[in-house]
Ligand binder design. Structure first.
Ligand code: PGA
Length: 294
């Protein structure tokens, strides 16, 4: 498990975007070799999506050979509703990049047979060869995707009733009117995300500090479903300083040192690593220089 701590939201978003960008480029995707990316919605990933769009517009990153699978979608909300996750993904990401819409998979919360829709989604992930990198966000109650407290840690894609905490948190998107907030969603399971080859979880803001503490300093607990990722062989928690407020100083110091050391592992050429260290001291983000030099 890695915990990468950045000074603020913008730097955390940029670090996450650089990491995704580097992973896709290193993979060398092509016609017979698609990179498969799991994606979240919510306010947290917006900064990361903005940066990825910037890298695409700079000519550094293409999504032509990328397949995406979104974590969740509300049930019963029309697909073209401004708050549906279809609308969110299109407006905040897909319409700005070169992904083939046929390769961008989002659960259909209006399917006549919701369980069949969930089963088909799992099948599509399998057919795509599994997910290379699943990017996720969490709620203040420690949910990952819509795996609310009490969800099975081996769960698969299914219909979930949203917890009251989630409904209250989402009310801001529905004019603060609780009666307008969907109460059910289709969501990938904890097990679905655990199957990904790598998982990156974005956690920012003081309101997520207790959840981050539960996620990494306490044991695996189905009441804080994100804690399951302690048991994933390749999980990176990317957070800002505010999200670390409930962690022990010892934990924060340890992971900050590890972050600096890990930076070196991204480089195979020691001279380049040294040049990077001297030019970007203190920046634990991965190296990224745009072709346009920005
Ligand atoms: P947020 O939502 O990014 O808007 O905080 C995340 C979530 O509830 O999973």
């Amino acid at each position: 498990m890695r915990l990468v701590i950045l000074d603020n939201y913008d730097l955390a978003s940029e670090w996450a975007a650089k990491y995704i960008c580097n992973r896709i480029i290193q993979f060398k995707p092509g016609q017979d070799r698609y990179f498969t990316l799991g994606l979240p919605t919510g306010s947290t990933p917006l900064g990361c999506y903005k940066k990825l769009i910037e890298y695409h517009k700079n000519g550094d990153l293409s999504f032509k050979y990328v397949k995406t699978f979104n974590m969740d979608e509300y049930v019963g909300l029309p697909r073209n509703h401004p708050e549906s996750y279809h609308s969110y993904m299109w407006n905040n990401f897909f319409k700005h990049i070169d992904i083939d819409p046929n390769n961008a998979h989002i659960l259909d919360g209006n399917a006549t047979d919701l369980q069949a829709e969930c089963d088909a989604f799992e099948k599509k992930i399998k057919e795509a060869g599994g997910i290379d990198l699943f990017v996720g966000g969490i709620g203040p109650d420690g949910h990952i995707a819509f795996n609310e407290p009490g969800s099975s840690l081996v769960s698969r894609t299914r219909l979930k009733t949203l917890a009251m905490d989630t409904i209250l948190a989402n009310a801001k998107y529905f004019d603060g009117d609780l009666s307008k907030v969907p109460t059910m969603a289709l969501t990938v399971g904890v097990g679905t995300v655990m199957d990904a080859r790598e998982v990156m979880i974005l956690i920012t803001g003081a309101h997520k500090a207790f959840a981050l503490y539960k996620a990494i300093e306490e044991g695996v607990n189905h009441m804080w479903t994100v804690s399951a990722f302690q048991q994933h062989p390749r999980t990176i928690f990317v957070c800002d300083e505010d999200a670390t407020l409930e962690l022990r100083v010892k934990t924060v110091k340890y992971f900050k040192v590890i972050s600096t050391l890990n930076m070196g592992l991204e480089f195979t050429n020691l001279q380049k690593w040294h040049a990077f260290l001297t030019s970007q001291q203190g920046d634990p983000g991965l190296h990224y220089t745009s072709k346009k030099g920005t």
